[in-house]
Design a binder for this molecule. Structure first.
Ligand code: SAM
Length: 343
């Protein structure tokens, strides 16, 4: 019950806080472990055996626990995976979750964009606010080499469809890996200007299923910034960074679009982390790099009351790690990869 005291009520909002007094406002919910891409930095050797369906949270269970999380102060929900659009009829869960407004302020989806050309409009109609789309190269061959699939045109059409449907602001995620796509960083910035999107450059993290991550392959946030500034001078966006993962920049010449640099390896931002994750099989993860998980699914399925579930969530949040340990000598990568954790 001590943990319960961490729910602090002021005149405006309830806030869930961890033991380091960080407010927890952002929940990422993985809808499936399956993916139709084979990005070499995530799932290079294909999918490991997928857990049986009974172990996955049902839409009813996801709706139930998300309602509880939102009642505890979660303001942002991001649906992810695997590839979340591989889960059947995600419009249904979006419709259910969008009823959690106004306490829920932001309902977003991270996707590889493959299914967006046909479905972006339906997602918007179901109540989705916005999408983040992964795009690692603007070159057909590099895209295929990095993702394992030859579908660049389809993803570009997906971005256009998302824009058309009003799933904005659109963010584009590019993982930059030395020797693969660092030559395209400035071209991506040009893409952001041309299409008025928020480009997010992400450092390569040790979350690949092949466990082949090597520090020398990390193209640092600093190097990304230099590459872009050589072609397009940048100005820091003048907002408090808060819990945002990225350092944000606009173009000095006033062009549309925005740049965000996410540098968890070379410039960790754990002190302001407001995120927790729920895997497709119902495990709470308090850090991308956690080596332990907490089965919310088992608690819910054991017939626990709402109060007991709330107590459990509090007790788990109090265990949130102070920081990740990527840069420590004894670092051990989590056994689950990004596709299972929910990026
Ligand atoms: N399938 C969706 C997609 O492609 O966006 C959602 C899941 S994916 C795991 C979420 C994000 O994690 C993607 O932007 C992906 O590029 C990123 N990601 C995966 N493995 C990563 C790694 N080892 N380092 C950095 N980012 C990674």
């Amino acid at each position: 019950m001590i943990a319960r005291m961490q729910v602090r009520t002021n005149s405006e909002a309830i806030t869930l806080r961890d033991s380091y007094n960080r407010p927890i406002r952002d929940l990422r919910v993985s809808l499936t472990d399956r993916c139709n891409f084979r990005c070499f930095y995530c799932l290079p050797h294909g999918e490991p055996p997928i857990a049986p369906k009974e172990q996955m949270l049902s839409y009813e269970e996801i709706e139930y626990v998300c309602e509880i999380f939102v009642s505890l102060g979660i303001e942002k929900l991001r649906l992810t995976g695997g590839e979340p659009m591989l889960r059947r009829d995600i419009e249904t869960i979006i419709r259910k979750l969008s009823k959690l407004r106004p306490a829920l302020q932001d309902l977003a989806l991270t996707t590889n964009g493959y299914f967006l050309p046909e479905r972006a409009r339906g997602l918007k109609e179901a109540g989705l606010d916005r999408v983040t789309i992964s795009l690692d190269s603007l070159k057909k061959d590099t895209f295929k080499r990095m993702t394992g699939v030859d579908v660049l045109e389809k993803v570009l059409a997906g971005i256009a469809a998302a824009k058309e449907a009003g799933l904005e602001p659109i963010k584009i995620n590019a993982v930059i890996v030395r020797g693969h796509n660092e030559d395209e960083v400035a071209d991506f910035a040009a893409f952001a200007r041309e299409h008025d999107v928020k480009m997010r450059f992400i450092e390569f993290m040790p979350l690949d299923s092949g466990h082949e991550w090597d520090r020398k392959d990390v193209f640092s946030g600093k190097e990304m910034h230099e590459r872009i500034s050589e072609r397009f001078p940048l100005v820091k966006v003048d907002v408090a960074r808060g819990s945002e993962t990225s350092s944000r920049y606009r173009f000095a010449d006033g062009a549309p679009g925005e740049i965000g640099i996410i540098a968890p390896v070379t410039e960790p931002f754990c002190g302001a982390c407001s995120r927790i994750r729920l895997t497709a099989d119902g495990q709470i993860r308090t850090c991308l790099f956690s080596t332990v998980e907490h089965s919310l699914r088992d608690v819910v399925r054991s017939g626990a009351s709402r109060e007991e579930i709330i107590d459990y969530i509090h007790s788990v949040i109090m265990k949130k790690e102070p920081r990740h340990f990527i840069n420590d000598p004894g670092f051990v990568a989590p056994s689950r990869t990004m596709s299972f954790i929910g990026g």
